[in-house]
Design a protein. Structure first.
Lengths: 138, 138
């Protein structure tokens, strides 16, 4: 498995409209995308530092993982996403080493990345959620 | 203020010894430093993806911010650190815009970076802790 870098940090928020100004106008990080991932029940806004992105996550469905997270813990840093060169081989290598992943077949996330999440029991706790993502080839 | 990228993500852990293997041997991210920051009461281990670092933080003092964080919430992603070109001008710009910082005079953090933290009331909550860091000139 080859980690290429921190792709993004996911931050759970009550409202993207309320929180976007801090990242865009106070920190002056370029807002590059706004996207809904219907099967995850979230709306996202992406701010690209040029070296890793900040992804704000707002629930659009009260049953979504982000809605449940905020209901339990409040808004906060939700996950770390690491870019990998090949997600299928990364999942194979992890599972062969006894590390559980949540999506054994990669799912499609924001910006078309192929993604999975490593099960928190393998990362040291529910609040150390690690996503792996592979960029789709053009 | 110019943000140069995600410098690192800080992860609060009970024990670096217990958690380092996941980052170093499972994810195969290069461990580049191990450092104690006495005035913060923490020991740190740094894993450099080449595009952003993961910094594990273990309390060495039961009164330290990391000890209190873990006692209250358990281990988890603790903060996002963004690299800036000039921390003094960043602090000046933030305070002029009504954004509070925790260290109005930059403190010296891990790897000699000049750092401050943005007050959580300006970032959307205590669990969205944002550090700014400027690399020391050689």
């Amino acid at each position: 498995m080859k980690i290429l870098g921190i792709e993004h940090i996911g931050v759970a928020v009550h409202s993207i409209d309320e929180r976007a100004a801090f990242w865009e106008y106070v920190l002056k990080i370029n807002r590059t995308a706004t996207e809904t991932v219907a099967d995850q029940g979230v709306s996202t806004a992406i701010f690209d530092t040029g070296k890793g992105k900040i992804e704000l996550l707002e629930a659009i469905d009260s049953d979504s993982p982000i809605a449940k997270y905020i209901a339990k813990r409040g808004p906060g840093i939700h996950h770390i996403c690491l870019e990998v060169d090949d997600i299928s081989s990364a999942i194979k290598e992890l599972t062969e080493n006894g590390i559980s992943v949540i999506n054994e077949t990669p799912s499609v996330g924001v910006e078309g990345y192929f993604i999975t999440f490593i099960h928190p029991r393998s990362t040291g706790g529910v609040l150390v959620l690690v996503e792996l993502a592979q960029k789709q080839k053009p």
